[in-house]
Design a protein around this ligand. Structure first.
Ligand code: BTN
Length: 266
């Protein structure tokens, strides 16, 4: 599998010598953290054929069955302050839209902040994790973890996911091989990395265009509290600007946002 992915990358691709393949692993993000702590360089790419402990945001699991998707983590060492990298998840989401467009021939939407979606269903997600060096206050490493469903049909998902998940093959109505997408992702992520700190507003402009949450009615769920409102835009740091039904306008940075018409929320 690794050879197939490398055969789709240019011989001079800057990350091609740092691609690491695992047939099966707990979580590529966990393994990436371990390697980063041992000094793995910027641009190290971990890809697994299957994960047994795939993780998503908010402590959720990410179903990662053998050969059905791309499960990838990339180690970045941008050497900047954490506040300069608030847009990392957004920039990654745009890069993955570019990769999907190249590999599968359609452009997914982004549900704020980190879900890739098609037709109201989730195609995959992004889990970004940072470690800051306490001595300097600078980022020691950032891990971007991406999981994309490639080959499943509805019945291949667990019962819990059948109404809310989809794969690239379902969306494109043709088989999209994980190795094709993996190579496209490596190219798109390294291109993103090259402009990450220099072209922040251009990246955020692209994110706003792809984000389907803007201009939708939303519910913000935090613990037992539910607040209803309308998403009006994306802030420069990636926060979601919401006008709540009581008239207050706030930029939301965390918590679960449900969008009317998505994942069964109507
Ligand atoms: C989400 O849906 O909230 C994010 C899902 C991220 C899943 C990917 S798969 C590769 C990497 N390893 C993990 O354990 N998680 C990410």
């Amino acid at each position: 599998m690794k050879d197939q992915i490398l055969s789709l990358l240019s011989a001079r691709h800057p990350w091609r010598d740092s691609v690491i393949w695992f047939d099966c692993i707990g979580s590529t993000n966990d393994q990436a953290k371990l390697l980063a702590m041992q000094g793995a360089p910027h641009g190290t790419v971990l890809i697994a054929g299957r994960q047994t402990l795939g993780r998503g945001r908010l402590g959720r699991s990410f179903e990662s069955p053998a050969g059905a998707g791309v499960y990838m983590s990339v180690i970045l060492r941008p050497g900047c302050k954490p506040e300069e990298l608030m847009h990392l998840t957004c920039a990654t989401a745009v890069a993955i839209c570019n990769a999907v467009e190249n590999a599968a021939g359609f452009r997914p939407g982004i549900k704020w902040t980190n879900d890739l979606v098609w037709n109201g269903k989730k195609l995959g997600g992004i889990l970004t994790e940072l470690s800051v060096d306490p001595a300097t206050g600078l980022i020691d490493y950032a891990i971007i973890g991406i999981g994309i469903n490639c080959c499943q049909q509805t019945q291949d998902f667990s019962l819990q996911l059948q109404n809310i998940a989809a794969s690239l093959s379902m969306a494109a109505n043709k088989t999209v091989a994980p190795q094709t997408l993996a190579a496209a992702m490596i190219c798109a992520l390294s291109a993103m990395d090259a402009v990450l700190l220099k072209e922040k507003s251009a990246l955020m402009y692209c994110y706003c265009k792809d984000c389907i949450t803007v201009d939708k009615d939303v519910v913000l769920v935090r613990g037992d509290e539910k607040r209803y409102g309308h998403a009006t835009g994306i802030a420069p740091d990636g926060g979601l600007i919401v006008r709540f039904d009581n008239g207050a306008v706030e930029t939301v940075q965390s918590g679960e946002i449900s969008v009317r018409g998505m994942y069964g929320y109507v």
